[in-house]
Ligand binder design. Sequence first.
Ligand SMILES: O=C[C@H](O)[C@H](O)[C@H](O)COP(=O)(O)O
Length: 226
Amino acid sequence: MMDRDAGKALAAGAAVAEVTDGMLVGLGTGSTAAHVIRLLGARVAQGLRITAVATSRASAAQAEGVGIRVLDFADVPRVDLTIDGADQIDARLFAIKGAGGAMLREKVVAAASDRMVVIADRSKRVAAIGDAPVPVEILPFARAALLAALGEGAVLRMRDGAPYVTDNGNQIVDCRFDLADPAATAAWLDGIPGVLGHGLFLTEVDAAYIAADGVVSRLERATMSR
Ligand SMILES: O=C[C@H](O)[C@H](O)[C@H](O)COP(=O)(O)O
C-alpha cells in the first residue's frame, strides 16, 4: 500500500510539472488526484498563479484548503489542463474511471479540457481495459428499469445501507461488461435514456503518467485525433 501510494505521488509530481503560471487547471478526484492537489497547493504557496475547477466537492474542498482558487465549472467554458486518476488504463489510453463516483463531472471537465492527463501507479496499467466494473450514473427515477437494461452483473452501489448518491444527486450502477469492443459498449450506454454518464473514457485521455518501481513512464496520444 505504501508502495502504491509512493507511485501515485510520483506520477502526480510528473503531471504537476506540466502546470505553468496562468493556467486554469482541472482537478480530478480520488486518492491519486489528491496528491496532485497537495503538490499544486505547495507550488501555489511558492507563487504559482493558477485557477482551478474541481471534479467533485471533495476535491474542491481539498483544493481550497491548500490555497488554490476554485472556480464554479458552470462559469468556465474551457480548461487548459486536467489531471485525474483512473481505475484502469491501457496503451490505447482507454480508461475506466468512477470507483470514487465522480466520473460524470470528470468526463465533462475532461471534454472541456485542451489536455487531459491520467496519473496512476502500476496497478492501474492493464493490457486492455475490461476486468473492472464500469460505473454508470443513473437517474434515480428510473432505477429498476435501468438495472434491468444494464443486464446481468449490474449492481446498485450502496453506502451505509442506502443507495450511494453522487455529487449530482444521482445513483450509480456498477456493471460488468465484455469490453471486447469498448466503443460499441460506450455508444450503447450513451444511448440509454436515464443513463447520465459512465466511466468508459475512450477519447478524453491525451496522456498518462504511470509510476512503477520509482520510475514514471509517459504514454502520449500523439497522432490520434480526439
Ligand atoms: O470517481 C473517481 C475517479 O474516477 C478516480 O479518479 C478513480 O476512481 C481513481 O481513484 P484512485 O486514485 O483513488 O484510485
